[in-house]
Write a protein that binds this ligand. Structure first.
Ligand code: SF4
Length: 449
C-alpha cells in the first residue's frame, strides 16, 4: 500500500483504517455521477471489494500525484458526519476533519492554502468560501451533497417571510442563522444586525441578541431554536414556530395562519422559529432515552433532537461536545449517543480504543424498536470516486465548474442546477454574511460571565 502524507493533522481523530473492515458506504448508482466523474466511478465499482487495502491502492494512484502537484497549497477537509471512512481517508492524506464551525474557518485560518477541497454538504463549503480570501478557491467533491434541513429553508422560501416580519417588527427583529443555512440567509442575518451560530454557541449568540432587547427570528432549525430557548430559561409560550415548510414552494403570507396562535402569538414571542428540522435527529424519542438510562447508560444527544428528548437525556451538545465526551469518559463508561449514525460508528471505535462502550441511541435489540442509527445520506454522496476524481481533475487543470463553490451559489440538490450571483451581488452578499459570521466569532471568543 503506497502512502502519502500519512502524518495525522493536529486535532486528528486518531481513528485507524482497519485493513479487513470493508468501507462503510453503499455504492452510488453510476448514473448519479457527473459526466466527468463517471470514469473514476466505473473503476471504483469494478474493484473486487471495498476493503481499505483495495480501495487505497486504487485511490493512491490519483491522490498521490495530486498531493505532490499541489504540495502545501492544498487543504482537504471533511465533516465528522461523513460516512464511508472518508474521514479516515481524508486524514490519511493529511486533511482535517472538523465540525461546521471549524470548517468555516478552514480557509481564513490558513492563508497559505490556495486549493480547498471539501467532502461534506454544500452549505459548509459555501461558509468556507464566504470567509476565504480572493486567491483561495473552494471546491466540493459532490455539489449535490445538500443538507435536508437547509433544503427546507431556501432563500426563496424564507426571505419573503423575513421581509414581512421586518415590516411588522422593524429594527427589533434580528435574524440568528444557524450555520446550516445558505450564504443568502447568513447575509440576511448580517443585514438585520444578527449573527450566525452553531450548535455549540447558539445559547451565547441568542442571549447576546435578547440582551439587546431584540426579537430573534431563528433560522432554520426549529428544534435547536427551541432547545436553545429552554437552555436560556425562556418560557416555551414565548417561542413560536412558523408554518411547516415541507409543503411550501415559496414564502407565505404573515397572517393568523402563519403560526399556531396566529399573529397574537407572534406579537408575544421572544423567539420566532423557522420550521425546518433534520430528518436524522428527529427520529429520536424519549422512550429510546429511557431504555438506556434504565439500564445504567449515560445518554447524550445532539440539540437538533426534539425538546422532550433533550430534556430526558443526561446531556446534549454539539458534535465536538459528543466526541469529547467519548474521548474523556473514564474507562468502563457506557454511553448511548443520539446523533448521526456514521459519527456514532466512529465514536464507538474511539471508545473501543479507550475501554468505553458506545451505542447508538436507537440501537435497541427489542421488538418495537427499529434498529440502527440513521446516517446523513446526503452528506455521504461524497464517496471515494468523488474524492479521487476531484483531485485528479484539479491536477489536470480540468475541474468541472459545477464543483467550484462561490458565496451565494444556490444549488438544486436533485438536479445539480445552480444559480450563481454576479460579481457585484456576490461582493454584497460576502460583506453581509461575513458580518454575521464575524459577529458569531466575536461573541463566541469573548469570555462571558
Ligand atoms: S445530519 Fe441533518 S442537519 Fe446535519 S447535514 Fe445531515 S441533514 Fe443536515
Amino acid at each position: 500500500m503506497a502512502t502519502h502524507r500519512t502524518t495525522p493533522a493536529p486535532g486528528a481523530t486518531g481513528l485507524r483504517l482497519e485493513p479487513d473492515l470493508p468501507i462503510c458506504q453503499t455504492d452510488l448508482p453510476l448514473d448519479w455521477y457527473q459526466r466527468e466523474f463517471k470514469p473514476y466511478a466505473e473503476e471504483y465499482l469494478a474493484l473486487p471489494d471495498r476493503k481499505p487495502g483495495t480501495v487505497l491502492a486504487w485511490l493512491d494512484g490519483y491522490m498521490g500525484p495530486a498531493l505532490d502537484h499541489f504540495g502545501e497549497t492544498l487543504l482537504l477537509v471533511a465533516h465528522f458526519y461523513m460516512g464511508g471512512e472518508i474521514v479516515k481517508l481524508v486524514e490519511r492524506y493529511g486533511g482535517a476533519v472538523a465540525d461546521s464551525y471549524q470548517l468555516a474557518l478552514a480557509a481564513s485560518r490558513h492563508p497559505e492554502k490556495k486549493v480547498i477541497v471539501e467532502s461534506a454538504v454544500h452549505f459548509m463549503a459555501e461558509s468556507i468560501a464566504i470567509l476565504a480570501r480572493e486567491d483561495q478557491a473552494v471546491w466540493i467533491t459532490n455539489p449535490k451533497a445538500g443538507c435536508t434541513m437547509e433544503m427546507l429553508a431556501k432563500d426563496y422560501m424564507v426571505l419573503p417571510v423575513a421581509e414581512q416580519l421586518i415590516e411588522r417588527y422593524g429594527e427589533r427583529l434580528c435574524v440568528v442563522a444557524y450555520m446550516n443555512t445558505s450564504g443568502r440567509l447568513k447575509a440576511l442575518a448580517g443585514r438585520t444586525g444578527g449573527a450566525v451560530c452553531t450548535s455549540s454557541n447558539a445559547a451565547k449568540v441568542v442571549r447576546w441578541a435578547l440582551d439587546q432587547g431584540k426579537l430573534v427570528f431563528f433560522v432554520p432549525d426549529q428544534h435547536l431554536g427551541r432547545n436553545t430557548a429552554a437552555r436560556l430559561g425562556i418560557d416555551q409560550s414565548e417561542v413560536v414556530a412558523l408554518r411547516d415548510p415541507q409543503a411550501l414552494r415559496g414564502g407565505f403570507k404573515l397572517d393568523d395562519t402563519a403560526a399556531q396562535g396566529g399573529l397574537a402569538a407572534l406579537d408575544r414571542a421572544r423567539m420566532i422559529l423557522w420550521g425546518s428540522f433534520c430528518g436524522v435527529h428527529t427520529v429520536f424519542e424519549p422512550r429510546h432515552v429511557r431504555y438506556w438510562k434504565e439500564r445504567g447508560w449515560r445518554v447524550l444527544v445532539h440539540p437538533e433532537s426534539r425538546l422532550e428528548v433533550v430534556q430526558a437525556a443526561d446531556g446534549s451538545g454539539s458534535t465536538n461536545f459528543l466526541w469529547d465526551a467519548v474521548l474523556h469518559a473514564p474507562p468502563g463508561s457506557r454511553l448511548a449517543i443520539g446523533t448521526e449514525g456514521h459519527f456514532v460508528r466512529n465514536a464507538r471505535e474511539l471508545g473501543r480504543q479507550r475501554g468505553v462502550e458506545v451505542v447508538h441511541l436507537t440501537e435497541i435489540p427489542e421488538p418495537g424498536y427499529s434498529a440502527g442509527g440513521c446516517g446523513c445520506a446526503t452528506m455521504s454522496r461524497n464517496d471515494p470516486p468523488h474524492l479521487a476524481g476531484m483531485l485528479d481533475l484539479l491536477r489536470r487543470g480540468t475541474p468541472p465548474d459545477a464543483n467550484r463553490v462561490f458565496a451565494g451559489d444556490s444549488v438544486d440538490e436533485r438536479t445539480g442546477a445552480r444559480e450563481r450571483l454576479d460579481t457585484a451581488e456576490r461582493r454584497q452578499l460576502i460583506t453581509e454574511a461575513r458580518a454575521a459570521l464575524e459577529r458569531m466569532i466575536e461573541i463566541t471568543e469573548t469570555p462571558q460571565d
